[in-house]
Design a binder for this molecule. Structure first.
Ligand code: SF4
Length: 602
C-alpha cells in the first residue's frame, strides 16, 4: 500500500530575508524541520507519493511512481548502464579558504573565525551543512562583534549557550572542535595619559610574533559645542616595524612579526570591551592604522581587517572613517585604492631625497619623483587656469604670512576645545577639521573661493550607508603627514617645495608636532617655525592642519609606541648628512653602540 506524506516545508523566503537583515536571532528551526507537519489540510500540489514495502504473499500492483522506481533499477536494455538514483542527498558545498589570509588557523589547527569576512563566514556555514547559512553566519557575526544586547564580543561559541538566541548545544558540539573565536591577543596593561588618552598593551598568544606585545591607543576627541565627543582608535598591524623611520620609536624595534587579521580585529573588539567595562559610552567612530608597523607591509591582513571592522552589523566603523597610513609603498597603495574604499595617508616628512633617504629610508626604493608621479595618478587634481593666482590674490588680503598665521591663531582659539588624536606611527587623525586639530581656515572662510583640495571625509548616514564625497566627482583625496623636525625639514624653502610637489595632487597636509622619545637626536620645531610653514602652504592654496601631541606624557603619542627592549636586534640609527648634524642632539650614553650598526635595508 502507499500513503501520502507531507513534503518538507521550505524556508519562508520573505521571513528569512527579513531576519537575515534585521532580526538574525529569530528562530528559524520550524521553517526547516521536515518532521513537523503543517497544520490543516496539505495542498495536493505539495504531496509526494512514496512506496511502502508489502509482503510477497499479497502483491499489489505498483503505482506509476513505484513502477518507475522499479524500472529505474534495471540496466539500460541496449547500453547496459545502470542509471543514477533519481533522488540522493545533496552534497555539501565545498569551502575554499580565502587565499593569502594570514592567521587563518591557530596553533591547534582550528579555523579562526575572526579572520573571515561575513560572506566568507556564510560560505563556511554552508559547507557545514547549515540549513540557513546566511542566518547562521550572521548569528555568529553578531555574537562576535555587535554591541550588547545583540552581541557581547564573545570569545567562544559556548559562551552563548543558554542565552537568548544563543547557539544550540548540537551546533556547538558539531563545530567547536574545529573553530576558534579567539582573537589571538590578551589585554595585559592599560596606561592612562593626562589628557584622557589610553594606551592598551596586548600580549600576543599566537601568530608570527607570539609572546610579543602590541599597543593600541584610544584617543578622545573633544569637539566643539553642539557636536558629540568621540573616540579615535589607533591600531597596530605589526610588532615593531621594518621601515626604520629615524624619528620613530617603533622603527627602532625592527620587525618582530606581522599581526594576523584576527589580531588586528581583536584590538577593536577588546577596545569595545574595555570601554564597556569602564562605563565609557563615547562613540568609537574613527580608526587609523597608524599604530605599530607599516600597514601596507602586511596588506592582506590589514585589508581583510578593514573589511571586517567596517561592517555595519558588527563593529560598524565606516570606511570613510578608516585611514591606512603608509610611508609610500607605491604598488600597495594602488592595490588599496583598487580594492577598498578606506582612506589613505602618506607619511612624507621631507621635500628632498637627501633628507628623506635619511629619515624615511624607504625613499631609496620609491624616491620623491617616483612617489609624486604615482600620487598625481592616484589622486589627480584638476589644475585650473589661474587658480594659483586667484588663491594668492585671495590670501593677498592678508598682508603677510604672519597676518595669515594670526588669523589662524584666532580661529584656533575659537575651536580651542577641540582636540586631536595622536599616537602610534608617524601619523594620526585623518580628519583634521573633525578631530579638532589646530587648523587654518580654508581660503573660502577668509572670503574667497575654496582651494581644490577637499577633505577625504564624508558623512555616514544613520543607517550605516556611506556617501563618499571624496570618491565621486572629485576623486579620492590623500592626507599628507609631515612631522616637523627642527632644522631638518621645517624651513620656508621646504614649505614651498612641498607646495610645488603636491600641486597636482588632491590632498591636504597635516603637520605633526614631533614627540621625542628615549634615545632620539631630533628636536621638535618651534611654534614660530610651524606657524610660518603652515602659513606658507596656506598662501599657496593648500589645506593645512596641525596635529597636537596626545598622550605624549605616557609614550602613547605619535611615533612613541613600542618597546625597543623587546627587540633582539634594534634597527640602526643612520648617519645624518653633514649639514644637519648641528641640529641634532648629542647621543645619549646608551646610543653610541646602536649607532655603530650598518644601515637597514628596507
Ligand atoms: S613611522 Fe610608521 S612606518 Fe615609520 S618606522 Fe614608525 S611605525 Fe614604521
Amino acid at each position: 500500500m502507499h500513503r501520502t506524506l507531507p513534503a518538507a516545508r521550505e524556508p519562508c523566503s520573505v521571513r528569512q530575508s527579513r531576519c537575515s537583515k534585521w532580526a538574525p536571532f529569530r528562530a528559524h528551526a520550524n521553517a526547516v524541520a521536515p518532521h513537523v507537519a503543517p497544520r490543516g489540510p496539505v495542498p495536493t500540489a505539495r504531496r509526494v507519493t512514496v512506496a511502502v514495502a508489502q509482503p510477497a504473499a499479497a502483491p499489489v500492483a505498483p503505482t506509476t511512481a513505484a513502477a518507475s522506481t522499479s524500472a529505474a533499477a534495471q540496466p539500460h536494455p541496449t547500453s547496459g548502464a545502470l542509471p543514477q538514483p533519481a533522488e540522493h542527498a545533496p552534497a555539501l558545498p565545498t569551502w575554499t579558504p580565502p587565499a593569502n589570509r594570514p592567521g587563518l588557523y591557530d596553533q591547534e589547527g582550528r579555523l579562526v573565525l575572526k579572520a573571515l569576512t561575513l560572506p566568507e563566514l556564510e560560505a563556511w556555514c554552508a559547507a557545514q551543512g547549515e540549513a540557513a547559512p546566511a542566518n547562521r553566519a550572521l548569528q555568529i557575526w553578531r555574537w562576535m562583534y555587535a554591541d550588547p544586547p545583540a552581541g557581547s564580543w564573545v570569545r567562544s561559541l559556548e559562551e552563548t549557550m543558554g542565552r537568548q538566541n544563543g547557539f544550540a548545544a548540537k551546533f556547538v558540539e558539531k563545530v567547536s572542535p574545529n573553530v576558534s573565536l579567539e582573537g589571538g591577543l590578551k589585554l595585559s596593561q592599560v596606561v592612562r595619559a593626562g589628557d584622557g588618552t589610553r594606551k592598551l598593551v596586548f600580549t600576543l598568544v599566537g601568530g608570527e610574533a607570539a609572546g610579543g606585545s602590541v599597543e593600541t591607543v584610544l584617543i578622545p576627541v573633544v569637539r566643539q559645542q553642539g557636536l558629540r565627543d568621540r573616540l579615535t582608535i589607533c591600531v597596530s598591524s605589526q610588532v615593531g616595524c621594518a621601515m626604520n623611520c629615524q624619528f620613530c620609536y617603533t622603527g627602532r624595534m625592527g620587525l618582530l612579526g606581522n599581526l594576523t587579521t584576527a589580531q588586528i580585529v581583536e584590538q577593536v573588539v577588546e577596545a569595545r570591551r574595555f570601554l564597556a567595562q569602564e562605563g565609557d559610552r563615547t562613540p568609537l567612530t574613527n580608526l587609523v592604522f597608524m599604530g605599530m608597523g607599516e600597514p601596507l607591509h602586511n596588506t592582506e591582513a590589514v585589508l581583510a581587517a578593514a573589511d571586517i571592522v567596517s561592517h555595519y552589523l558588527g563593529l560598524h566603523i565606516s570606511h570613510n572613517k578608516i585611514t591606512i597610513s603608509t610611508v609610500g609603498l607605491v604598488p600597495e597603495m594602488r592595490a588599496v585604492l583598487a580594492r577598498t574604499r578606506v582612506q589613505l595617508a602618506l607619511s612624507l616628512h621631507a621635500t628632498t631625497d637627501e633628507v628623506r633617504d635619511w629619515i624615511v629610508p624607504v625613499n631609496r626604493r620609491y624616491d620623491l619623483a617616483t612617489l609624486t608621479t604615482a600620487l598625481e595618478e592616484m589622486f589627480p587634481k584638476e589644475e585650473q587656469e589661474g587658480q594659483q593666482q586667484q588663491q594668492q590674490a585671495a590670501t593677498g588680503s592678508l598682508a603677510s604670512a604672519d597676518e595669515a598665521a594670526a588669523v589662524a591663531v584666532s580661529h584656533e582659539t575659537a575651536a580651542a576645545s577641540a582636540a586631536a588624536g595622536s599616537s602610534g606611527c608617524s601619523t594620526q587623525g585623518p580628519e583634521p577639521t573633525d578631530s579638532g586639530e589646530r587648523w587654518l581656515p580654508p581660503v573660502e572662510q577668509l572670503g574667497s573661493e575654496a582651494p581644490s583640495c577637499s577633505s577625504s571625509s564624508s558623512a555616514s548616514s544613520s543607517d550605516g550607508s556611506e556617501s563618499e564625497k571624496g570618491s565621486s566627482k572629485e576623486g579620492r583625496s590623500l592626507l599628507v603627514e609631515y612631522t616637523m623636525l627642527h632644522g631638518i625639514n621645517d624651513t620656508l624653502e621646504d614649505a614651498h617645495r612641498l607646495a610645488d610637489m603636491l600641486r597636482r595632487v588632491n590632498c591636504k597636509v597635516n603637520l605633526i608636532v614631533f614627540n621625542p622619545h628615549k634615545g632620539t637626536r631630533f628636536q621638535p620645531s618651534t611654534d614660530e617655525d610651524i606657524s610660518a610653514f603652515r602659513s606658507a602652504l596656506i598662501q599657496r592654496g593648500m589645506v593645512c592642519t596641525i596635529r597636537d601631541s596626545r598622550g605624549d606624557d605616557e609614550m602613547a603619542a605619535c611615533g612613541q609606541l613600542g618597546n625597543v627592549g623587546l627587540s633582539f636586534r634594534p634597527s640602526p640609527i643612520l648617519e645624518a648628512p653633514e649639514r644637519f648634524k648641528e641640529f641634532l642632539l648629542s647621543p645619549t650614553p646608551a646610543a653610541p653602540a646602536k649607532q655603530a650598526a650598518a644601515p637597514a635595508a628596507v
